[in-house]
Design a protein around this ligand. Structure first.
Ligand code: SER
Length: 319
């Protein structure tokens, strides 16, 4: 086969991003547009922001008919399915969270199968881990007993991704993101949100009251690394991918006290206090550190940012 005929056979990516106005969605959509062209990436979300860039369509992920029409109208052949309710917010309405997180995914997977899509990306999370999971250097395959409905929906979602790959050959790929920290966007309703809020508060008020205890260690990652991991995973030839439920992914782990000390290296007058709420229990059920050696081996994953370099870059951008 010549290169030219190969090219003709595989259509150019036409990507649908759900949850494109979320914390990761905003940055990932922009990056995908840089890579594939603005018109190759359709942003969808249930809300529109002042910063939303066209092409954009409103989409409630529970509206399967609308999802189908969008796929047909725009000739979609890849989906990055980011729409979900996060760990803390999910606890306010468990059944709604299950419905959006799990049934939203099932619609995406089944339409992707029906329309013979090239690839699907599903974000999973450290929230799939629970009190039966070893918390230090958590391995790829461990007992999962998630405590939040968000974690339950993501752990179940992982199984469905694996099922659609094995049963239908759907090329679905997934990452268990740690807490994601970026200057470009704000998270909403997660347990790791403090690690973004703290930077905004440090610059604005020189003070932050943390909703987790000072010694609560959690896995975290800079946005640049999360985007790099996502794009690297989606680019690698399918045969390199040995995990079709979801890859462990790690960059750094720190406590509120440690990130506060790092910020104090730049803003000496910054102070932190602690007023733990229900999110402390959620955090305490998650891993402290993650073993991501399978991702490193399968597709050469390696992060670029640690706590010090991330903190400097965050403050440089937010100033
Ligand atoms: N950042 C997410 C949360 O805190 C974890 O995936 O809910």
């Amino acid at each position: 086969m010549t290169n030219q005929s190969k090219h003709i056979m595989k259509p150019e990516p036409k990507i649908l991003v759900t949850g494109a106005n979320g914390q990761i969605g905003r940055v990932l959509t922009e990056e995908l547009r840089i890579k594939y062209g603005t018109n190759a990436v359709l942003a969808t979300d249930i809300t529109k922001l002042s910063v939303t860039v066209e092409p954009f369509e409103f989409l409630d992920i529970l509206n399967v008919q609308r999802l189908r029409e969008i796929i047909i109208d725009h000739g979609i052949n890849q989906i990055y399915h980011l729409a979900a309710i996060l760990s803390a917010n999910g606890e306010w309405n468990p059944l709604k969270t299950w419905n959006i997180n799990l049934n939203g995914l099932l619609s995406v997977l089944d339409l992707a199968r029906e329309f013979n899509m090239q690839k699907v990306f599903f974000p999973s999370t450290i929230a799939v881990f629970g009190t039966t999971t070893p918390r230090i250097n958590t391995a790829q395959d461990v007992p999962l007993l998630p405590s939040t409905v968000y974690g339950i929906s993501k752990a179940t979602g992982e199984l469905w991704c694996n099922y659609y790959f094995k049963r239908y050959g759907l090329d679905v790929r997934s990452l268990r993101y740690p807490g994601i920290i970026g200057w470009q966007s704000l998270p909403a309703g997660g347990t790791t949100d403090y690690a973004v809020e703290i930077f905004h508060a440090a610059l604005k008020d020189k003070q932050y009251t943390c909703f987790l205890k000072e010694d609560t260690r959690l896995p975290m990652m800079y946005m640049d690394d999360a985007i790099k991991a996502t794009i690297d995973l989606m680019e690698v030839p399918s045969e390199h991918i040995s995990i079709r439920y979801s890859y462990n992914l790690a960059a750094m782990s720190f406590t509120p006290a440690e990130i506060a000390a790092e910020i104090q290296n730049h803003i000496p007058e910054f102070s932190i206090s602690y007023d733990p709420d229900f999110r402390q229990d959620i955090a305490a059920s998650w891993s402290e550190t993650i073993d991501d050696s399978v991702a490193r081996k399968d597709w050469n994953w390696a992060p670029n940012y640690d706590l010090a370099s991330m903190t400097k870059d965050m403050l440089d951008h937010l100033k």
